[in-house]
Design a protein around this ligand. Structure first.
Ligand code: AMP
Length: 190
């Protein structure tokens, strides 16, 4: 199964990903985590990504897709993956869809975590107190939300036309959101 965990920054994608990936027995593929790993290891890709990440901007599509393609070439991802923080543009969505179709697969489902901006800002402000992510800085957070609305939100329309989108109210507690996701996954498998 290839499942996309979709939603704005601060919607709880990272928090819920582990449970979904365990439930479906597919690896968690977070492009943000992959970039951060490259940053830490100081690879050329990491250095390239940093200039965009520090400003809250998107890394160019072809760079992102190369990273995803590499990751999907690993053994554990042969039967599917849970995508987190990807696709973030319509071009990325289209590239992923074509790639999967080429493998005899497809986008099995999209879990869309819905959260209004006010709630997001409050959540990210709290995360900033415990996180060491440079991109949790207030200005960068504003920028990431803006980029989400202009570049990433339109991906949802594209996904609704091409895949099965399951809408989840993600303003609730971590537990409640987790339960809604589990119920949705049950119906998917059933
Ligand atoms: P995240 O952890 O998903 O919030 O990603 C952190 C940062 O990495 C983003 O603000 C972007 O700069 C970059 N990034 C992660 N995933 C993508 C993607 N799919 N497309 C473009 N940039 C990305």
């Amino acid at each position: 199964m290839d499942v996309i965990l979709f939603g704005p920054p601060g919607a709880g994608k990272g928090t819920q990903a582990g449970r979904v990936s365990d439930a479906l027995n597919i690896p968690h593929v977070s492009t943000g985590d992959l970039f951060r790993k490259n940053l830490k290891e100081n690879t050329a890709l990491g250095q390239l990504a940093r200039s965009f990440m520090d400003k809250g901007e998107l890394v160019p599509d072809e760079v992102v897709f190369r990273l995803v393609e590499d990751r999907l070439g690993e053994d554990d991802a042969m039967k599917g993956a849970l995508y987190d923080g990807f696709p973030r543009t319509v071009i990325q969505a289209d590239l992923l869809n074509r790639f999967l179709i080429g493998q005899g697969r497809g986008i099995s489902a999209v879990i869309n975590l819905n959260v209004p901006d006010e709630v997001l800002m409050a959540r990210i402000a709290r995360r900033r107190e415990v996180s060491q992510r440079v991109d949790d800085d207030a200005e960068v957070v504003q920028k990431r939300l803006q980029v989400y609305h202009t570049e990433t939100a339109p991906v949802l329309g594209w996904l609704r036309e091409h895949a099965n989108v399951i809408d989840i109210d993600a303003t609730k507690s971590i537990e409640e959101v987790g339960e809604s996701i589990s119920a949705a996954l049950e119906s998917l498998r059933g």
